[in-house]
Design a protein around this ligand. Structure first.
Ligand SMILES: Nc1ncnc2c1ncn2[C@@H]1O[C@H](COP(=O)(O)OP(=O)(O)O)[C@@H](O)[C@H]1O
Ligand SMILES: [Mg+2]
Length: 277
């Protein structure tokens, strides 16, 4: 089976001359749960926007579903990092999603039975059925996030791009959101690309990661990438990684950087040593 995303020697420079991505090589297989990790400014959003066909590569090739990326590809669900364009907060959950279905951001289209059924099914899948009738104004941050997740799943995408989906959630809601993504995407064989700038609960869910940082790129499983030598090289400072009692502790100079759930060796069969230099 051809990879869902195939990237060879991809570089991207902005008009300012700033090179946000340099020589990225990566294949993502169908059904993988994959993360772009790295500090702010590492190029994670740039890579997602390139995959969406919003930014042409400066060099190299990028193929999605075996062809050049196409803007507005219905096979891709997208949760953008900047989520400031929330509509009228009086709008109910169902109408909010309906308004994105036909690209009508501000109007409320009449919903056909098929569309309504599809939206309700998607809300169900993310455990948000009760949000259908509630206005956005009375939803918590976590509930709105779940609604946005449902929105990104509308239309049965084969690939889901979630740009920093955990950023505004507390630890418990992060866990809920990750569980939902994992469940829905494993069931539907959706390939998931997360981005995150923290090492967090996500680590326990990922098949592989691409770590961008300090002008370097490392690709592999969490076990391979989240190690003291690799992270110390990427951060340019001494990092310790302690695995104990089912958790990963990443520390710098004796202080906690982050705490992350351990990657259990159950259903993560994707191994492979594909480090880049
Ligand atoms: N439109 C742009 N023009 C010029 N530089 C940009 C533009 N967008 C992003 N950058 C720069 O590219 C780098 C990578 O940005 P980004 O992909 O948003 O990183 P991340 O998502 O990992 O935080 C940053 O240094 C950012 O300032
Ligand atoms: Mg970003």
């Amino acid at each position: 089976m051809p990879p869902i995303i195939s990237i060879e020697h991809l570089s991207k420079s902005y008009a300012t001359g700033f090179r946000a991505l340099k020589d990225i090589n990566l294949d993502i297989k169908r059904g993988e749960i994959f993360a772009l990790l790295g500090p702010n400014g590492a190029g994670k959003t740039t890579l997602m926007r390139a995959i969406l066909g919003l930014l042409p590569p400066s060099a190299g090739t990028l193929r999605v579903f075996g062809r050049a990326p196409q803007r507005g590809d219905r096979g891709i669900g997208y949760l953008p990092q900047v989520r400031t364009v929330l509509p009228d907060l009086r709008v109910r959950g169902l109408d909010f999603i309906a308004s994105s279905l036909h690209g009508e951001r501000w109007g409320l289209p009449q919903l056909g039975r098929h569309d309504r059924g599809m939206i309700e099914e998607t809300l169900d899948a993310v455990g948000a059925r009760d949000l259908a009738k509630r206005p956005l104004s009375d939803m918590s941050g976590g509930e709105r996030q779940r609604l946005l997740l449902a929105q990104s799943l509308i239309g049965s995408p084969k690939l889901l791009l979630l740009d920093e989906p955990l950023i505004s959630l507390d630890a418990r809601h992060q866990e809920v959101a990750i569980d939902v993504v994992r469940k829905v995407c494993r069931e539907r064989k959706i390939t998931v690309l997360f981005s995150a700038h923290e090492l967090n609960q996500l680590l326990g869910t990922l098949d592989r990661v691409l770590y961008l940082g300090n002008g370097q790129v490392v690709l592999g499983t969490v076990e391979e990438v989240i190690t003291a030598p690799v992270l110390s090289r990427l951060y340019g400072t001494e990092i310790q990684v302690v695995r104990a009692d089912g958790h990963i502790f990443v520390m710098s100079r004796g202080r906690d950087v982050e705490v992350a759930d351990h990657l259990h060796d159950d259903d993560h069969g994707h191994g492979g040593h594909e480090h880049q230099h």
